[in-house]
Design a protein around this ligand. Structure first.
Ligand SMILES: [Zn+2]
Length: 281
């Protein structure tokens, strides 16, 4: 019991450090910058952070969310991401003990979080997340086979087939969306995301994840994003008395990774239950 407690606290601290690195990936990969060099700087004044200004969670609180040099505010996104990843690692170790399964689940969830944030902010999913994630899932599926630790992840064969099924299906969905909407509906990032997620899920749950993500995205889009964009557009037209003909309305892009990422995690944890319930029918 005391060992479990100690392992969970250690996992929280390690997770906070991983979250800090995830922040660097989120900030730099969309701009094609290295995540290794240079060291972290204040985005406003370029002041290079000393080690004590770069301690996960602690520094943001100690600095009162301001740069020590120029006093500009430091985004709340940094400590929130660090906290989310720290809690994820702690929860995984608390549930599965210090095991390969805990590590795989924690890293799977961390990569999905990075994908959801970069897709929401930049409409892109860096290969750094998906390609390294795909190789990580394939390699650990082999390790899991030897250690006798597989569930809830797919075994090596299912991981390979799942990667192909996930990527293939999302490519088809994107292609149909493109035909229906007459413009690009999905990017290559969504395809590589589903290859990575499919390697964790295996083929049948990869299919469930794509449908769950598509439904989640479509509902959110039709219920929230589209009406808001319409209203904004109407306001804009009234203000500027647009008289150019045509209504000029272009529906906003949907960052599908934002919906596919939680769908993939949910399907990994509860997909078998949902599939059993559906097939019982
Ligand atoms: Zn500064």
């Amino acid at each position: 019991m005391i060992i479990d407690y100690f392992a969970t606290v250690a996992a929280f601290m390690f997770g906070a450090a991983v979250g800090s690195f995830l922040n660097v990936c989120i900030a730099r990969w969309p701009r094609d910058l290295s995540v290794i060099r240079p060291r972290s700087r204040c985005p406003y004044c370029g002041h290079q952070l000393a080690w004590f200004e770069n301690v996960p969670l602690v520094s943001w609180v100690a600095l009162r969310a301001r740069c020590r040099c120029c006093d500009e505010p430091i985004s709340m996104q940094y400590p929130l991401v660090e906290l989310a990843v720290a809690l994820t690692f702690a929860l995984c170790v608390w549930n599965f003990g210090p095991s390969l399964t805990a590590v795989r689940l924690a890293i799977f969830a961390t990569i999905l979080l990075g994908i959801a944030i970069t897709d929401a902010q930049h409409y892109l999913i860096p290969d750094g997340f998906t390609v390294s994630g795909l190789f990580f899932m394939l390699a650990t599926s082999v390790a899991g086979l030897y250690l006798g630790e597989q569930a809830p992840f797919a075994g090596p064969y299912d991981a390979l087939v799942g990667a192909c099924a996930g990527a293939g299906l999302i490519a088809i969905v994107g292609w149909l969306g493109e035909v229906a909407l007459k413009r690009e509906a999905m990017g290559m990032g969504d395809v590589t995301l589903m290859a990575f997620a499919g390697a964790a899920l295996g083929p049948s749950r990869a299919i469930v994840a794509v449908f769950a993500g598509a439904v989640l995205g479509a509902v959110t889009f039709l219920a929230v994003v589209y009406p808001v964009a319409r209203v904004r557009h109407a306001d804009y037209r009234e203000q500027t008395e647009l008289a150019l003909g045509g209504n000029g309305f272009v529906a906003p892009l949907v960052p599908f990774g934002v919906f596919l990422a939680p769908a993939a995690l949910g399907t990994l944890l509860w997909g078998d239950t949902v599939l059993a319930w559906l097939l019982r029918g």
